[in-house]
Design a protein around this ligand. Sequence first.
Ligand code: FES
Length: 107
Amino acid sequence: MPTVIFQLPDGTERKVTAASGTALMQAAVSNGVPGIVAECGGNASCATCHVYVDAAQSGLAGPPNDVEDEMLDFTAAERRPTSRLSCQIHLSDALDGLVVHVPEEQV
Ligand code: FES
């Protein structure tokens, strides 16, 4: 099972392990990772599950799809080139060790 590291705004980190196929957002919520609000429950319609993929791994998670790309214009924290909606990233062994940064604000 892949493990993902969430870097929190306070400088701490949370390691989360979840089954392949699990949405990164769901893995965060199930493990109580603070700062992943996920108001819409994973429908790519709230932008409150925003994360920044670590710059060193920017290609690992791939680009946002078209709907996600539009929603990323509505994040509370600034959009960056590595911004993704965590509900649209699905874990796989290829993402084992992925590092994502949780923004300061989501709403
Ligand atoms: S949970 Fe709402 S956009 Fe991801």
